[in-house]
Write a protein that binds this ligand. Structure first.
Ligand code: PLP
Length: 391
């Protein structure tokens, strides 16, 4: 400690910084710091040797992101979880963490657009290729697995048709062939379905959606066995796909209400789907919770609830869907999903934009579809809104 009085700038910068709080806060504080203090060379050496619970630098690890990882692991009954700055950060880090040039990924032809583009046009530049399978071929991928296949990547329910895959069957086939399985569980959430308990190796989430739940944070996560999750750490560090501590704190708050939000999302979506199932103004209502859905049996066997996503199809193509879209009021016209606010989207102008007629037909996506992310508002208001927009 210098005995002479320090300058104002020095005092304002250093006074109280790095002080260990003796308070015991109920909630996890936001560790808004890029770097962490060491007492001595020995202290730093201990960090390097991995023998202390200390932190070095927030791109690597931070107490706020660490606390969130503990909650996320809990959500999926996983040994470990890793957070990322976005769902795509999680997907890219998983692919780059687990794969090398020459490896092949099998995945469904109907898959999140970002995942599709990453596999189709980005990773091939680095020698990682993908083979896209029709839904029925992916149900048991055994025949499709080749000598270069290292990973099978899939979703269930799938956007926007909400088709479902038998998770245990798919995971079992991968395990038997010594191929890793990774499932994007964003649409279902761990409240409705826990793929790790069904034999999947890794679960991935766009935390941006239901896990945060309030449409104000972009984040991603991967959960699974410790050794497998740890294998993604170099990718997260070196790509820089880390989540910010303030964002981590918001997600941690969102997760506290995951159960109560999902109960309401499930109930509102099911009631809305039932209210319009068979409505003469619609050609189809797609919701895994309806007996009319082609995968209702699979969904009922593996899901606790059927989630908050409902897709309706209007006769009259994009013109009719567009009219509905322009008239809707409580539902907001916006892409994304999984927040407390109800949102409406037009798949052919968003997730399936630019697809050929043949690609659309194979994915069973039509211009008359409107995708609804059913929020947690009062049910009667949501039903009345869809009803008035159909008039
Ligand atoms: C949104 C989404 C992603 C991508 O997540 P971001 O947080 O936007 O990067 C991946 N998979 C699914 C199913 C999604 O809905």
């Amino acid at each position: 400690m210098p005995t002479t009085r320090q300058g104002l700038a020095t005092r304002l910068i250093h006074t109280a910084e790095g002080a260990q709080p003796h308070a015991a806060p109920l909630t996890t504080p936001i560790y808004e710091t890029t770097t962490f203090l060491f007492d001595s060379t020995a202290d730093l050496q201990a960090y390097i040797d991995g023998s202390t619970g200390k932190y070095l630098y927030s791109r690597y690890d931070n107490p706020s992101t660490h606390a969130l990882e503990a909650k996320l692991a809990e959500a999926e009954q996983a040994e470990a979880a890793m957070v990322f700055g976005s769902g795509m950060g999680a997907i890219a880090s998983t692919m780059l963490g687990l794969l090398s040039a020459g490896d092949e990924v099998l995945c469904s032809a109907a898959i999140y657009g970002g995942t599709f583009h990453l596999l189709q046009s980005f990773l091939p530049r680095f020698g990682i290729t993908a083979r896209l399978l029709e839904l029925d071929a992916l149900r048991d991928p055994t025949a499709a697995i080749g000598p270069r296949t290292k990973l099978v990547w899939f979703e269930s329910p799938i956007n926007p048709t909400l088709r479902c895959l038998d998770i245990a069957r798919l995971a079992g086939a991968c395990r038997a062939a010594s191929v890793r399985s990774v499932m994007d569980n964003t649409f279902a959430t761990p409240y409705n379905q826990q793929p790790l308990t069904l034999g999947v190796d890794l679960v991935m989430h766009s935390v941006t959606k239901y896990l945060n739940g309030h449409s104000d944070v972009t984040a991603g996560a991967v959960m699974g066995a410790r050794t497998l999750v740890d294998a993604l750490l170099p990718a997260r560090k070196l790509i820089g796909a880390m989540l910010d501590p303030a964002a981590a704190s918001l997600v941690g708050r969102g997760l506290k209400t995951l159960e109560v939000r999902m109960e309401r999302h499930n109930a509102n979506a099911l009631a809305l789907a039932r209210a319009f199932d068979g409505d003469r103004r619609l050609t189809r209502v797609l919701y895994p919770g309806l007996p009319s859905h082609p995968d209702h049996g699979i969904a009922a066997a593996q899901m606790r609830g059927f989630g908050g996503m409902v897709t309706i199809e209007l006769p009259g193509g994009l013109e009719a869907a567009g009219r509905f879209f322009d008239r809707i009021e409580v539902f907001k016209r916006a892409t994304s999903l999984g927040g407390v606010e109800s949102l409406a989207g037009l798949p052919v102008l968003t997730s399936q934009y630019g697809w050929t007629d043949e690609q659309l037909a194979r994915a069973d996506v039509t211009p008359g579809m409107v995708r609804l992310s059913v929020g947690i508002e009062t049910l009667e208001d949501l039903i009345a809104d869809v009803d008035q927009a159909l008039k």
